[in-house]
Design a protein around this ligand. Structure first.
Ligand SMILES: [Zn+2]
Length: 271
């Protein structure tokens, strides 16, 4: 499941491994996909990757021909970097971006998740995205400006990518727990102390998850195993019936903002 920390982790891995390298070609054993991507395949050949950035839940490769190669990861997509030899041996059904000695492998990806666009088009596409919680511009004051007038719940507000980008079901629940607030709490009724708790929890939960992935230092050719390992560090998400790490009461599952939501009734009061 990809949310901001997982994509941030992959951005760092890919930037470290692929920045400064030239895309030799793109291949896929899927003939239909190959045909649909003909335009991109032709244009991207021999183009150098300057660097890679994350925008919300997108990975954006800055290319030396002035274009952006944008990948949107969904929960089924597995991403990995393998050697050219491994690709030859395994022949996986994936979309493969070939560099001189490495292959960026994207499994379970559709053509809709891949774009080769101009800088201007990329900026237009990313424009609606809200604040990035790992960006320096994400301050308590800025957060309050954006959320203060929202009458919606924390859960609804945090899932709205035009307000805050990159957070989904998992980290919205984890952040609300760390802030000791129910995800159903109305944003416009938060006290100044609760604003601070929510702000600190947002920064800390996301940073800790990124740091955890970095510390694992898993081989990048095992696409999802390293991300799965973080599950045991989650405090409430998908832990229905398990003791709350703070008060030992069972975690409950509720529907808030039409989404499955995990929380502790004792630790997370609502208004
Ligand atoms: Zn509790």
């Amino acid at each position: 499941m990809y949310e901001l920390p997982e994509i941030e982790y992959w951005k760092m891995i890919l930037a470290g491994q692929l920045s400064g390298k030239t895309i030799e070609h793109i291949s896929t054993p899927d003939k239909v996909m190959h045909k649909q991507l003909t335009g991109i395949i032709k244009q991207i050949q021999g183009v150098l990757v300057w660097h890679i950035e994350r925008r919300g839940l997108y990975l954006s490769f800055h290319l030396d021909n002035g274009q952006r190669f944008v990948i949107e990861l969904n929960n089924d997509t597995a991403i990995s970097i393998i050697s050219t030899k491994e690709l030859r041996d395994k022949k996986p059904k994936s979309l493969n971006v070939h560099f001189s000695d490495q292959v960026l492998q994207l499994q379970n990806i559709s053509v809709e998740q891949i774009q080769l666009i101009s800088v201007r088009e990329a900026e237009q596409q990313f424009k609606p995205l809200g604040l990035d919680p790992l960006d320096r511009s994400f301050t308590l004051e800025r957060m309050q400006q954006i959320f203060a007038q929202k009458r919606s719940s924390i859960k609804t507000a945090y899932l709205d990518q035009t307000l805050i980008a990159g957070i989904g079901d998992k980290y919205s629940d984890e952040i609300a727990f760390a802030a000791r607030l129910s995800p159903a709490y109305k944003m416009n009724e938060l006290t100044s102390e609760q604003w601070e708790s929510l702000y600190e929890a947002t920064r800390n939960v996301l940073k800790q998850a990124v740091d955890h992935y970095i510390a694992l230092d898993c081989p990048v050719y095992e696409p999802t195993s390293n991300l799965d390992q973080y599950k045991e560090h989650l405090q409430v998400f998908e832990r229905e019936g398990i003791a709350c790490p703070n008060c030992k009461q069972p975690i409950v599952k509720k529907v808030i903002a039409r989404k499955k939501t995990y929380l502790c009734h004792t630790c997370q009061p609502t208004n």
